[in-house]
Design a protein around this ligand. Sequence first.
Ligand SMILES: *[C@@H]1O[C@H](CO)[C@@H](O)[C@H](O)[C@H]1NC(C)=O
Ligand SMILES: *[C@@H]1O[C@H](CO)[C@@H](O)[C@H](O)[C@H]1NC(C)=O
Length: 272
Amino acid sequence: MQFHLLFAFVAALVSSLCFSIHLGVDALLPNAPRILLLTAHPDDECFFFAPTILALQRDFSQPEVYSLCLSTGNADGLGDKRRAELDHSLDILGIDSDKRWVVDHPLLQDNITMRWEASVIADVLTPFVVDNNITMILTFDTRGISSHPNHCSLPFGASLLSRTLSSTRSRTENAPRVLGLLTVPVVPKYLGIFSVPLARARIILSWLMPRIFSPSTAILTSGFGEYLIGARALREHDSQMKWFRYLYMLFSRYMWVNEWVEIDPATLSNQW
Ligand SMILES: *[C@@H]1O[C@H](CO)[C@@H](O)[C@H](O)[C@H]1NC(C)=O
Ligand SMILES: *[C@@H]1O[C@H](CO)[C@@H](O)[C@H](O)[C@H]1NC(C)=O
C-alpha cells in the first residue's frame, strides 16, 4: 500500500517535470519588454539564470533579451577562452549574437576579493541600456547567490543607473526597472530537483491564497527540457568544468528555479 503511494507520488513528480510552470511572468513582461540580463562572469548566465532566459525566450510575447557580462572572467588568465565559452553558451540559451556583449574594464576585473564601484558599473552600463531602450535589468540581488563581491555589486550599479536616468529623463520615458535573483539559504539552495515541486507548491498556494502566500515578483521553474538545455550550456564552459561543477549541476536549485524580487532603486544606497 505504502509502496503504491510512493509510486504515485514519484510518478506525479516526474510527469509534472515535463512542463515548465511559472508565476508572475507578466510582471517580468510589461508592454514591449526589452530585457537586459546583467552578469559578472562568463558562466553566471547558465549557472544561475538559465530558467529565466529559457522562460522568456519561450514566452509568446517574444521579448527582446540582451546579455551584458561585465568581465571576461580573467581571474586565472583564461579571459579569452571564457569569452568564447560564453558565446557558445548563449548560442544554446538562444540569445542573438547581436544582443550580447562582454566588457573588459580595468576597474571591473574578475576578483573574488574586490567590490566593484556602483558608479563605474552605472557608467559602463549606460550606453547599453540607453541605446537599446532597455526597460528592465535582471541581475543578482545584493547577496549575489554565492556572496561573490563582484555579483553583489551589480544591483547597486544597476540601481544607480536607474536613479540617474529617472532624474534626467522626462516623465513619459521610464527608467529601467531592476530585479534581483533571490538568494536562498544553503539548504534550499542545494535541493536540486526537489526545488521544483517545492516552488510549484508555492505557486499553487499563492494562486489559491494570494493574501497568505504573497508571491515574490516572479517564480520561474524549468521542466526537464529546460534543465537539459541549461546543463548543455553549462558544459560549454569547459575551462570551469571541475568535478564539483557536476555536483552543482545535480544539486543546485538555480538550475531549476529562479525567483525574482523587485529592487527599488530609490531605496538602495550606493554602499553595502
Ligand atoms: C584582487 O584584488 C586585490 C585587492 O582587492 C588584489 O590585491 C589582488 O591582486 C587582485 N587579484 C587579482 C587576481 O587580480
Ligand atoms: C530606441 O528608441 C529610439 C526612440 O524611440 C529609436 O530611435 C531607436 O531605434 C530604438 N533603439 C532600438 C535598438 O530599438
